[in-house]
Design a protein around this ligand. Structure first.
Ligand code: TYD
Length: 415
């Protein structure tokens, strides 16, 4: 089986230093690889093992499946399934228009990993020149139907050069929950450097290492997330390519993210918050091996407490349904050993996931109407990053006596 050779030492993808995995989550399938029963015998697995580079501070997974195995014409993640995320990206687009593009003549915006056009549609609405790059053809089609200019490709140096020849350089390059997907970080950095105007800006956001460590939200670690970035690791990774980290801004999305703004060196003032955030990371010990040894212990104890709760519920004949067939939940179900005996099905609003089985654990995914039709005793909140939106929407479930099982930051049962 691919990846089961315990490839636990390698080279840092950002700086080339030797790295060694500090733990393994074991055998993992593709996080968004929802499948039909007849596909089980062909299911792909790899070993999910994270490492931390002592030299440049980059947190990464040792082995990542080939991109074509993860991003293709049947990609299951549509960004616009959450109303909160829709509002978030409307606000993101607004900041770029007001703070970066205002006053520029005929500006051009490029987004890497533009998914269903959740952010670029706002530029389209304002007739701002834009280009989305989205390798997953099915989600890209949704964007195109909205009028968002989208090409289905992977971002790299060659593509950057092609875009420059066809459209010119970009005033802003944007990415959300995408940079952490691309293993060839040096290739991305060179591509950005070539595509960006000398007074342009590169703004991206991704789940933040500081939040993941603080909350033991180990489910951020899965095949697509080859990196979990910090301010320190991003600053260092791009500095060698003439891109300076000029601003950072914490975000509450995806359970705690960071927005990074980079610009050609010397072209903008560096905001004081960059140094402040670096200090916070040092105080949190993000640069220390002990932090990751403790994180490993916290993962193990989270797993045993969650399984104890689920085993007890099963013993007591309680019905448990998963809420949100998230990519993240693939790490949780497979690492913890959650089976269809613990969780009857997972409710999810995404049509392409419904009627399929969850990766590895093979828990059926059913439409939301099944959850509402016959409320379970407990709902396991796999989409914990959308807790505010979901708990507000599910007051009837609670009134009917239902309870949430949450596991981030701690395993607990809540109303
Ligand atoms: P999300 O947590 O955004 O991402 P990831 O896949 O990166 O871990 O995925 C949310 C999933 O939960 C998505 O499949 C849609 C589903 N969902 C619901 O079923 N109901 C809801 O109310 C919300 C907000 C999401």
């Amino acid at each position: 089986m691919a990846g089961m050779t315990h490839n636990l030492s390698s080279q840092c993808r950002a700086c080339g230093a030797p790295i060694v995995a500090f733990m393994s989550f074991g055998r993992m399938p593709i996080a968004n690889g929802f499948l039909k029963a007849e596909e089980i015998s062909d299911e792909y697995f790899f070993e999910l093992a994270p490492a931390f580079c002592d030299r440049c501070g980059m947190f990464q997974i040792m082995e990542q499946p080939r991109p074509e195995k993860m991003f293709h014409e049947q990609y299951a993640f549509f960004s616009s399934t959450s109303h909160y995320m829709q509002a978030h990206f409307a606000a993101f687009a607004d900041v770029i228009m007001k703070e970066i593009l205002a006053g520029r003549s005929d500006p051009f915006v490029v987004e890497c990993g533009s998914n269903d056009g959740i952010m670029l549609r706002h530029f389209h609405d304002k007739s701002i020149r834009h280009l989305g790059i989205e390798p997953s053809a099915n989600v890209a089609d949704v964007a195109r139907r909205l009028g968002v200019c989208t090409i289905s490709a992977f971002f790299n140096r060659k593509l950057a050069d092609d875009i420059v020849s066809e459209h010119g350089r970009a005033d802003a390059i944007l990415a959300a929950n995408v940079m952490c997907h691309i293993p060839d970080l040096p290739g991305v950095a060179v591509g950005v450097q070539r595509l960006l105007k000398p007074d342009g800006i590169f703004v991206f956001e991704d789940p933040y290492l500081g939040d993941m460590i603080a909350k033991t939200s180990y489910d951020q670690i899965y095949d697509e997330h080859v990196f979990i970035f910090s301010v320190n690791s991003v600053m260092r990774a791009f500095a060698d390519y003439g891109l300076e980290l000029v601003d950072v801004a914490p975000q509450i999305t995806h359970g705690g993210s960071m927005r990074y703004s980079l610009a050609p060196k010397g072209s903008r003032k560096v905001a004081p918050v960059v140094a402040e955030q670096l200090k916070k990371e040092q105080a949190q010990g993000l640069d220390k091996a002990e932090t990751y040894a403790r994180f490993k212990k916290n993962c193990e104890s989270s797993r045993s407490r969650l399984m104890q709760a689920l085993d007890n519920m099963r013993r007591d004949g309680k019905r448990v349904v998963g809420y949100g067939a998230t990519s993240k939940s693939t790490t949780v179900t497979n690492y913890c050993g959650i089976t269809p005996d613990h969780v009857e099905f997972i409710s999810d609003t995404t049509p392409i996931k419904q009627g399929k089985l969850s990766p590895g654990a093979h828990i059926p995914v059913k439409p939301y109407s099944e959850f509402v039709r016959d409320y379970p005793d407990y709902a396991l909140l796999f989409a914990w990053n959308h807790a505010a939106e979901i708990r507000e929407k599910e007051q009837t479930f609670i009134a009917a006596g239902g309870r949430w099982i949450v596991y981030v930051p701690d395993v607990s049962i809540v109303a």
